[in-house]
Design a protein around this ligand. Structure first.
Ligand SMILES: [Zn+2]
Length: 207
């Protein structure tokens, strides 16, 4: 390994050990903050170093408190920049791994009517409804049941599945709706599509 690469790895370890930039901390940062911080250091080296490293204030797009922007020497700052960008790459990879490894299925308790996600169930598959000892929790799989669960949960559960299947679609809220729903006009509301209506009507016809 060459010296530059070793120094970047050492800086990444230092961020974790000395500054508490562990994985949980990094996951708490907003998307792109670590990359932006790294970019600020790299840009600083590229634009300011000819004029020296004195009288420095944090750039406007520095994502954290200005007191945390601490340039020292061009080489050291490039090492910091690379380590911060490495941390952002690690954060992205963890976020991707999580979305891939945890498929979430909507479920409903047939005893109390609680609607939740499969990840909210107890260790033995118990219902998450308050005070309900029920364990007869079923996956909400067919489109009509999904649409009903979606209505019952104020648009929370099954929304993604329904959207992916084309049963609901987003549109901007009208001024009247926005007033009634306490949101900004133009904010997204979701409606059943013609396909969604048909699925619901077909289920009603079957009884
Ligand atoms: Zn229950």
């Amino acid at each position: 390994m060459n010296k530059a690469f070793e120094d970047v790895m050492a800086e990444r370890r230092r961020q974790i050990e000395a500054e508490g930039f562990d994985t949980a901390h990094d996951d708490g940062h907003g998307e792109g903050d670590l990359a932006l911080a790294g970019a600020c250091y790299a840009r600083y080296v590229g634009t300011c170093s000819p004029f020296g490293y004195t009288g420095i204030s944090a750039p406007k797009d520095w994502p954290w408190s200005p007191k945390w922007f601490k340039p020292t020497t061009p080489r050291r700052d490039l090492v910091k920049a690379a380590a911060l960008i490495l941390a952002e790459i690690e954060r992205l990879d963890r976020a991707t791994a999580q979305t891939v490894s945890e498929p979430v299925t909507a479920v409903r308790c047939s005893e109390c009517g609680w609607i939740g996600e499969s990840t909210d169930l107890g260790a033995e598959g118990e219902c998450g409804g308050e005070g309900c000892p029920g364990t007869s929790v079923n996956e909400i799989a067919d489109p009509a049941a999904m649409i009903r669960a979606w209505h019952d949960s104020d648009g929370h559960y099954c929304g993604k599945q329904l959207a992916d299947a084309g049963y609901i679609a987003p549109r901007p809220a009208t001024v009247n709706e926005a007033g009634a729903l306490d949101m900004e006009p133009g904010a997204t509301v979701w409606d059943l599509t013609a396909v969604g209506e048909a699925a619901l009507n077909a289920a009603k016809a079957e009884g």
